[in-house]
Ligand binder design. Structure first.
Ligand SMILES: Nc1ncnc2c1ncn2[C@@H]1O[C@H](COP(=O)(O)OP(=O)(O)OP(=O)(O)O)[C@@H](O)[C@H]1O
Length: 952
């Protein structure tokens, strides 16, 4: 908020205005002396001994830059400013000029954007040379030399040329120069461009002629507009009316040509010229300055921007009416500077603001000041923030917006420091109350994660890269708060049982009976000490719940990114009242910062209670005719720092690679609940068949094959759901292995439906095609999934561009599985590789999984394998010790040890066609599961995420 101007300030403004008037009068007098009325521009300001620059100090280093122009004492400064509009030739063209000129009618001129050169004094004064952004040691002499055209070889050149002979002038401040564009983006005019502009001889000549003399020539830089100068472009008595229009996060001014307004435009650091629309546009930070300067133009009435009231907080000396017309002459030097503070590191903040002499003087009082030559901005230690803001508040022409309150609260310790100390370490948490098996298994970075969470009182977003063990950390954090249980764990439905398994694995002190996996809408949500529920079921049963949970884990918390969804609303109901909130996601935002909002809200409800405030600061909020658009991004550096300070912990694989095993295997227990009753009945029947006495060997083998096939069918819905969840979680490249054709087909179809680019290699793929497809997957970023047959693609292929392998089906030969794993785990792989085995209870997997582990163990004991699958899970814990099941297991073991079994089973798998029985293949996934959200939504990735979240 800016303060109202004091009487003294108003006086000073008036004084300055008078001085500007006097200088102009003096300059024009000089021109008339030198050139005679109506002559072409024979004298530029630089040549005219009587011109406005004559009084400039010859030692400019003593004074501060362009401001000099307005500080000089001019003998004519006592001229009554009110007479100026009448007296100033700027506003009067001689009759002869009028006769010569054919300025296009105002309404025909698109906007005030025509590429006219500025009056020289405006050029120099109006465009704030970026001294606010210049290192203290840069001598202003240099700038002045250019500004005045002193001894510059080109300075006199323009005075001889016909300035407008070339009708293709670029606007002086047009953003054609990339340097300037960049500078404009940072809110600053690039120094070089400004200097160049100042040094351009034609500029001053043209400007003088254009505005004051009306030399006969063509209108510059507007294709198709060839008006002769001389026609009064601004009828003396009439006022030009214009409007401000919002364009994204900037605004445009729509108005006919007005040289003085252009001078104002060019004084604004964020100016950009769009040659296509021939309009100027500006960032909102310059809105106040523009409106105020425009209000001082006698012939300009600028309607304010709708909804920009917040930007017009500063009082205008001439009243606040948006349509008010003032009689004050143009005084761009008085432009109000407005900018904001921004956090740039844990210890420092930056002032992102245009030039103000007073402000620079203030900056120089700060001990910790630093000038960044790249950004041309000043920055300071946070500990000087309060002092700087307090003093800046008293500068009349400056509005330096503070850091958001959320930021100052989050960094309160740094603000209060008297000198910079190294960041204090997160204290070591006392985990003596947590199962020692779990605590001792934590890798060092995982232990640090737990410490961080406990330092944050159990409220955080753990955003570690995928596969870094967020589950074990979350269980440990939750176990630290065990006295506050019952615990609620909300997860995607495809991993409900994996979580159950993880609790059993890591918390042996917890009786398995205390773990309640909610499978249907009829189940109780509070039956266990640990209650695991899917997002979708939560929203269905949330209303029945009377009690609240104090400790809540949300896995894949980016599922909550859309506040409008039922799953998000349901989860937020619980999160609002929970004391500990542990959010887990490897990809908290996949396309834009707005997706983080609900997660931040869940962890820190007080940070941004209103989305709009968050949207304005971090989502590049734009007001469009139909409402606000928050899909952009802004101030990401600050957001990252804020999140890391108070909300989020994120480590990338590359940060902790040395602590990771080369391969991380994971058994994913897929939901048996998704199998239909018919599927389950069919499986039970086949299992029974296998153990029925008096069966011939052949009959038994046929039963085994059938069991295997039925398992494949039954797993399809779970497999597809898991793959789609992986895609939704932002997994960019992975392999899916299966060996039943029916499974490979189902996966391929699901990917096609989702328009996910993929390759497929199976037994029917020719050698040439194998290589081609392999290359396509390796080289193309768009190819996300490789669907591979376990037996046809487990060898001879390099697919190391992926770092995750999913086994949709198990295979009885662990050697084949390991070979398949090594399609990604090979030379060229720089990451730790994730291997997910999808295991479905109540199917052949019950027997295959322990069988595989058993075989691996044997191989390991023989020194033939380094792999220990059993580390992933308690094999026996998983295996039911039912005698019937033991019988089947023995049968499996015997069958697969016999020569030829592999081949028979493979042949059976290959030829298996569920045919009419396909309707038995479990609950078909409904359209919403298979089609899900539109492809675009799923696969938009937030490209900057890693740079955004990686440590500074
Ligand atoms: N300290 C550890 N000791 C043993 N195994 C571990 C450890 N940390 C992680 N793992 C194993 O690594 C695998 C990956 O862990 P987890 O699934 O928790 O990763 P994640 O970060 O949740 O990944 P995603 O984001 O893909 O879900 C699991 O099999 C897990 O058991």
């Amino acid at each position: 908020m800016s303060l109202p101007l004091t009487e003294e300030q108003r006086k000073k403004i008036e004084e300055n205005r008078q001085k500007a008037l006097a200088r102009r009068a003096e300059k024009l007098a000089g021109q008339h002396q030198n050139t005679g009325s109506g002559s072409s521009i024979a004298a530029t300001s630089s040549q005219s001994k009587q011109g406005p620059f004559q009084n400039l100090p010859q030692d400019p280093s003593k004074s501060g830059s362009h401001g000099i122009i307005f500080k000089q004492q001019n003998p004519l400064s006592s001229t009554n400013g009110d007479q100026r509009p009448q007296n100033s030739p700027s506003f009067q063209l001689s009759t002869s000029e009028q006769a010569k000129g054919t300025w296009k009618k105002e309404e025909e001129v698109p906007t005030a954007c025509l590429s006219h050169r500025l009056p020289s004094q405006m050029t120099v004064a109006g465009i704030s040379p970026p001294l606010a952004h210049s290192p203290p040691e840069v001598p202003s002499q240099q700038l002045l030399g250019y500004a005045l055209g002193q001894d510059h070889p080109q300075a006199s050149h323009g005075t001889k040329s016909t300035p407008f002979a070339n009708t293709t002038h670029e606007p002086l401040a047009g953003a054609k120069n990339p340097q300037e564009t960049a500078a404009s983006l940072s809110g600053q005019p690039p120094r070089d461009a400004v200097l160049e502009e100042m040094a351009r001889p034609s500029a001053s000549g043209q400007n003088v002629a254009d505005v004051h003399c009306g030399t006969e020539r063509m209108t510059p830089g507007t294709e198709g507009i060839h008006q002769k100068l001389g026609t009064p472009h601004q009828p003396a008595a009439s006022s030009q009316q214009g409007t401000c229009i919002r364009i994204g996060d900037r605004f445009q001014v729509k108005i006919g040509y007005n040289a003085e307004l252009i001078a104002v435009f060019k004084s604004l650091p964020s100016r950009r010229y769009d040659p296509a629309t021939k309009m100027w546009n500006f960032s909102m930070t310059d809105y106040n300055a523009l409106m105020e300067a425009a209000q001082r133009l006698p012939r300009v009435t600028l309607q304010s921007l709708e909804g920009a009231e917040g930007h017009m907080e500063s009082p205008s000396p001439s009243g606040s009416s948006s349509m008010a017309q003032t009689c004050l002459p143009a005084a761009p030097s008085l432009a109000f500077v407005k900018g904001q503070c921004m956090l740039i590191s844990r210890a420092r903040f930056e002032a992102d603001i245009g030039y103000s002499e007073d402000l620079i003087a203030l900056f120089k009082q700060m001990e910790s000041r630093k000038y960044d030559v790249k950004t041309r901005k000043w920055n300071f230690l946070l500990e000087e923030y309060n002092k700087l803001m307090e003093k800046a508040r008293h500068l009349p022409q400056v509005q330096l917006d503070p850091l958001p309150k959320t930021v100052t609260l989050a960094f309160a310790a740094q603000l209060e420091k008297t000198s910079l100390h190294p960041v204090t370490d997160v204290p070591e948490a006392d985990l003596s109350g947590v199962d020692s098996k779990l605590v001792s298994s934590l890798l060092p970075f995982q232990r640090a994660g737990v410490n961080f969470a406990i330092a944050k009182k159990g409220r955080l977003l753990l955003a570690d890269d995928m596969g870094l063990g967020k589950t074990i950390q979350a269980i440990c954090i939750a176990a630290y708060y065990r006295k506050e249980w019952p615990l609620l764990v909300v997860v995607p439905s495809s991993v409900r049982f994996t979580w159950e398994q993880a609790f059993r694995q890591w918390l042996p002190s917890l009786s398995p009976d205390c773990i309640n996996v909610v499978v249907t809408g009829k189940d109780s949500l509070t039956a266990g000490l640990v209650n695991i529920v899917s997002f979708d079921l939560l929203s269905k049963i949330e209303k029945q719940l009377k009690t609240s949970f104090k400790v809540v884990i949300i896995d894949e918390s980016h599922f909550l990114k859309n506040i409008k969804t039922a799953r998000c609303r349901a989860a937020l109901t619980f999160l609002k009242v929970a004391k500990r909130v542990i959010l887990l996601s490897g990809t908290p935002a996949m396309s834009r910062p707005a997706e983080l909002y609900t997660q931040i809200l869940a962890v820190k409800p007080t940070f941004f209670p209103q989305f709009h405030a968050f949207g304005l600061r971090y989502c590049g909020a734009k007001r469009l005719p139909w409402g606000w658009d928050y899909s952009g991004s802004s101030n990401l550096g600050e957001l990252k720092l804020l999140l890391e300070e108070a909300v989020m912990l994120r480590r990338l694989k590359c940060d902790v690679l040395s602590q990771l095993p080369a391969k991380q295997r994971k058994m994913v227990v897929v939901a048996p609940g998704q199998m239909s009753a018919r599927s389950r009945a069919a499986l039970d029947a086949v299992a029974k068949e296998m153990t029925t006495k008096n069966k011939t060997k052949l009959q038994q083998k046929e039963a085994l094959i059938l069991f295997f096939n039925r398992t494949a069918e039954a797993k399809i819905p779970c497999v597809i759901e898991y793959i789609l969840d992986l895609l939704e979680s932002g997994r960019e490249k992975f392999l899916v292995f299966a060996h039943h054709k029916v499974v490979l087909d189902a996966v391929t179809e699901a990917l096609e439906r989702k328009r996910v680019q993929h390759i497929r290699i199976d037994g029917s793929t020719s050698s040439a095609d194998r290589e081609d497809r392999c290359q396509r997957f390796q080289l193309s970023k768009g190819h996300t999934v490789a669907v591979l047959s376990i037996t046809a693609a487990n060898m001879g292929l390099t697919l190391s561009s992926a770092d995750l392998v999913v086994f949709a089906e198990l295979f009885w030969n662990p050697g084949v599985l390991m070979q398949a794993e090594d399609r990604v785990h090979r030379i060229g792989q720089s990451n730790s590789v994730g291997i997910h085995y999808l295991v479905a209870r109540g199917t052949a997997d019950d027997y295959l999984w322990p069988l595989i582990q058993e075989k691996i163990k044997v191989l390991g004991e023989a020194g033939l394998s380094e792999t220990n699958f059993s580390e992933m899970t308690e094999a026996r814990d998983y295996f039911y010790k039912d005698p019937k099941q033991q019988e089947i297991y023995d049968f499996f073991q015997k069958s697969f040890e016999e020569d030829g079994s592999d081949m028979e089973l493979l042949a059976a798998a290959e030829s298996f066609d569920p045919g009419s029985s396909s309707q038995d293949t479990g609950d078909p996934l409904d359209e919403s599961t298979l089609m899900g959200s539109p492809q675009k939504k799923r696969f938009e990735f937030f490209d900057n995420w890693d740079s955004f979240t990686s440590p500074l």
